[in-house]
Design a protein around this ligand. Structure first.
Ligand SMILES: [Zn+2]
Length: 197
């Protein structure tokens, strides 16, 4: 299973640090079915891609093993989303550019990342499909937050998406902070397919 830890390190810094990166010292198992206070052992690394506008390369992902439950889990830096090669920031930037009609910004982003049409199409469809779930989690993370009515989202999904994006921007210091807390709340990322929820 893949989990997310918060870091302000950039993909390039993380890549350069390699195995020397100060990975989190865990005091208990993070597997949702276990969470027993037994220190998990570091269990090697695997590599994956991370791509943003200034970096594209393979990065190391730390794996841990829990002696108590026998599960292994990996810990992704918060600039990564499980199963996405592009970083959390650029995907979020693409969503902002699309839903707020920031066309020159969006064009420049797409150009610098060499995205095909299908990239943005996939991200915006996934975000729309996840809007209800994201609202549910925002309600838990920001008590008293004012969210659009369900009918409102159904009738005008673009404005609904704008409202949800605005809440994410104003409610969290960074998109990485939102992504990490979202994941900690429900054990999936905000861009994971909804059928898993
Ligand atoms: Zn465990």
């Amino acid at each position: 299973m893949q989990l997310i830890f918060y870091t302000q390190t950039t993909p390039e810094e993380y890549h350069l640090a390699g195995e020397e990166f100060p990975f989190p010292h865990l005091q208990s198992c993070l597997h949702p079915d276990c969470r027993v206070p037994v220190v998990p052992s570091p269990h090697g690394f695997y590599t994956r891609n991370a791509i943003n506008t200034s970096f594209s390369g393979r990065i190391l992902i730390r794996r841990y093993y829990c002696k108590h439950c026998g599960h292994t889990f990996s810990y992704l830096p918060s600039f990564c989303l499980p199963f996405f090669q592009y970083t959390t920031e650029v995907i979020f930037a693409g969503l902002l550019g699309h839903f707020f009609n920031m066309l020159p910004f969006l064009r420049a982003l797409i150009l610098s990342l060499h995205w095909q049409r299908q990239h943005m199409q996939f991200y915006r469809r996934r975000f729309k499909a996840n809007l209800k779930r994201i609202q549910l989690v925002l309600r838990q993370l920001i008590p008293g937050v004012e969210l659009p009515e369900p009918d409102y989202i159904k009738n005008d999904i673009k404005t609904g998406a704008q409202k949800v994006l605005s809440i994410v921007i104003s409610g969290f210091d960074t998109i990485q902070a939102f992504s990490t807390r979202f994941f900690a709340q429900c054990n999936i990322s905000f861009m994971a397919p909804c059928k898993l929820f």
